[in-house]
Design a protein around this ligand. Structure first.
Ligand code: ADP
Length: 460
């Protein structure tokens, strides 16, 4: 039962309840109606018997019957017998013989079916003098009296199932209507979750019922959540923007002091630490600022035709030295001339980030493979390393901001902040592409990505 929707459950209970109620009402009607009909039939029979009592007398050892004796009245047959059951007056209904009728039973209503007709009989014994007496028998067909009741019963046989279907349909319609706002609330919340669009509202319109109140409360809550999110985005954007200048001043000052003041020993070391960390912070801030702007929909993408094959080779060349420090070899397999419409600086950042990660988390004396090919108007690429890999429980989370599988290890690698892959993902998606990661801990990681290719860009 719990697996059913509330709509189905309410409809089911409602239909069950209404069916039982209707059946009970019908049963009561038939039962009471039957009792009433029985009482009225008995009353009519008793009246005829009572009327005829005064018409029978015992005189001179003989039974005298007055001519006023009523033998048929209002559908009732009256037959008179002596105490031995010999017929004296009145006629049985046509086609019925005395053998077909039951034995006398004083005061008891008897029922008998003769030739598919149901008859009701009431007998009354009237004692006369000298141990003699007469049996008075009233007889009436019940079918006549029961017609109206059997009509009701026949109707009920057909009407009840129809009634149940109508009740079920009506019940479902009513609950469907009543629950429509719930469905709207669910759909809106789902859309907000799926699309990350906090500007959506349930907006059920005017209404004072509980569901309208619930929707209004939800909408109010969404207003506040959206406001808080906007404030947070604005704050991140403002903070990263404002911090950039002082950080770059620190970096410049440290650089200047290192170059011109010719410091020695511990002071030089300290200045170098300041310079390194301010550069790291500056890189982090520019990533943060870009993501904050992207969240606000303010990130600018300068679209131009970019030869990504060339760009990839250039980035790989630039990082070859850095890779060489760990003895890592970079192997490039790029189909030449693959172009896309995009922002060269952003695409470069994206490739640098992926390659730098491959170097940072790569194995000493290991390898990195970079590949770019064109498949059906899509540029498909991957960057693979044979480094430390990522455990399955961490893999889905690497795209989250500030997420680092091993912050201690990441901290050692230059400029890591846990923001790189969030930025990479944003850049790829902003260019209409997609990116996924595949990894085995201890064996290496591959980042697969696609970009829509600029049509006719391959000159192979
Ligand atoms: P970080 O600045 O720490 O490198 P990223 O967002 O670029 O941040 O990456 C998030 C985390 O994903 C990293 O901390 C690292 O643990 C993991 N990671 C990214 N690239 C690789 C890779 N090629 N091999 C193994 N782990 C990786």
């Amino acid at each position: 039962m719990k697996r059913l929707t509330i709509k189905s459950r309410v409809t089911l209970w409602y239909t069950l309840f209404m069916t039982v109620l209707t059946a009970a009402v019908l049963f009561l009607l038939v039962f009471i109606g039957g009792k009433q009909i029985e009482a009225s039939v008995r009353g009519r029979l008793e009246a005829v018997l009572a009327d005829n009592v005064s018409e029978v007398e015992y005189d001179d050892g003989r039974i005298e019957v007055d001519d006023d004796l009523v033998t048929f009245w209002d559908g009732i047959y009256f037959i008179l017998y002596d105490h031995q059951g010999n017929h004296l007056r009145g006629e049985l209904p046509k086609g019925i013989t005395a053998e077909e009728t039951p034995a006398f039973w004083d005061g008891k209503m008897q029922e008998v079916v003769i030739d598919a007709t149901r008859w009701v009989l009431l007998d009354s014994y009237m004692p006369l003098a000298n141990g003699t007496g007469v049996w008075m028998r009233g007889m009436v067909s019940r079918s006549e009296a029961e017609t109206s009741l059997s009509v009701v019963l026949n109707l009920a046989r057909w009407a009840l199932p129809l009634f149940v279907v109508l009740i079920a349909l009506g019940g479902y319609y009513i609950t469907y209507r009543a629950f429509a706002p719930v469905e709207q609330i669910r759909r809106t919340v789902e859309e907000i979750t799926d699309g990350d669009d906090l500007s959506r509202r349930i907006d059920l319109g005017k209404g004072k019922d509980e569901l309208h109140q619930l929707a209004d409360t939800f909408d109010g809550m969404l207003d506040r959540i959206e406001e808080a999110f906007e404030r947070e985005k604005q704050f991140t954007s403002d903070a990263s923007h404002e911090l950039r200048t002082p950080i770059s001043v620190i970096a410049t000052q440290a650089e200047y002091a290192l170059r011109h003041d010719n410091p020695s020993g511990e002071l030089r070391e300290r200045l170098q630490v300041i310079l390194n960390n301010s550069r790291k912070m500056s890189g982090m801030l520019s990533q943060l600022l870009m993501l904050a702007r992207a969240d606000q929909g303010r990130a600018e993408i300068q679209r131009e035709t970019v030869d990504i094959s060339e760009l990839a080779e250039m980035v790989a060349e630039e990082l070859r030295e850095q890779a060489g420090e760990k003895g890592i070899q970079i192997y490039i397999h790029c189909q030449p001339g693959l172009c896309l419409e995009g922002d060269e600086t952003l695409l470069m950042r994206c490739l640098i980030n992926l390659l730098q990660n491959a170097i940072s988390y790569g194995r000493d004396n290991g390898s990195i493979w970079l590949s770019l090919v064109s498949r059906e108007d899509v540029i498909q690429g991957y960057i693979r390393d044979d480094g430390i890999g990522i455990a399955p429980e961490h893999l889905p989370r690497i795209w989250e901001r500030f997420y680092q599988v091993d912050p201690v290890r990441s901290a050692r690698s230059d400029g890591s902040s846990g923001l790189g892959l969030s930025m990479v993902k944003w850049i790829v998606e902003a260019h209409g592409g997609s990116i996924t990661a595949e990894s085995r801990a201890g064996e290496g990681t591959t980042f697969h990505f696609t970009f829509p290719q600029k049509s006719g860009s391959v000159n192979s």
